[in-house]
Design a protein around this ligand. Sequence first.
Ligand SMILES: *[C@@H]1O[C@H](CO)[C@@H](O)[C@H](O)[C@H]1NC(C)=O
Length: 269
Amino acid sequence: MSLTVSLLLVALCANGGYGEEGKEAQRTGHVSVVIVGGTGDLARKYLWQGFFQLYVDQVSGGNTFSFYGGGLSPSEKATPILFEILKAVTCSKDVSQERCAILKDQFLRLSQYRQLKALEDYQELAKHIEQQLQQEGMTEAGRLFYLSVPAFTYAGIAEKINSSCRPADGSWLRVVLEKPFGHDYRSAQVLATELLGALKDEEMYRIDHYLGKQVVSKILPFRMENRKLLGPIWNRHHIERIEIVLKETLDVKGDQRFPLPCLKKKMTQ
Ligand SMILES: *[C@@H]1O[C@H](CO)[C@@H](O)[C@H](O)[C@H]1NC(C)=O
């Protein structure tokens, strides 16, 4: 949970100024959040809750928001599913019940399902965002796409985003990619090249779904924090490899290219 939330924070709040200061001053305005795969397992378990939490934290920060759950199903079918998910989001303990009910209600009203399949669907989405901006009389802060879909669909989606969903100059585009990046170095390179055809590097926020798991991401800090004690033994001379096997009850559905939730990490130092 906290992984997803902190990742979202990076994607939503990062100041866009990729090294060059002042080049991309953060502007307030309308933020559109699109979860592609918005009724999938990850979205159901973590993403919507994470975005709701961010919404609660940011609601008084001057931005306005709209949230889109995207997927292949037609909207008559998926809309009720999305709203079942949204109704289950919870507030943190420091928010009163009354305020929580109001915030949830607002969040639900800002959210909708959209079928995102063909290029036209993405074009429609872009049109919808434009209309939203006009209605609100807001400038656009940016658009965040969170791709919670099998990695083999990334390139196609990235292309559609590039060709039809880029915001106007001055607004940011961020695309979060959360999946294992290939099953070996070569397949990861292929994926990276495909993506770079459609998105700029600074527009991509990559996270390896399995490497990002809390337990896994704690391995290195644990080593650093205990350097004194572990330094002499926890190194390449004494450890051949770290093998991480995550047992999950659900697989990465539909993703035949990367079926194994199993990582082998070589010690390099
Ligand atoms: C995005 O699409 C345009 C054409 O619409 C193309 O020129 C450009 O190379 C694509 N990729 C990036 C990273 O902008």
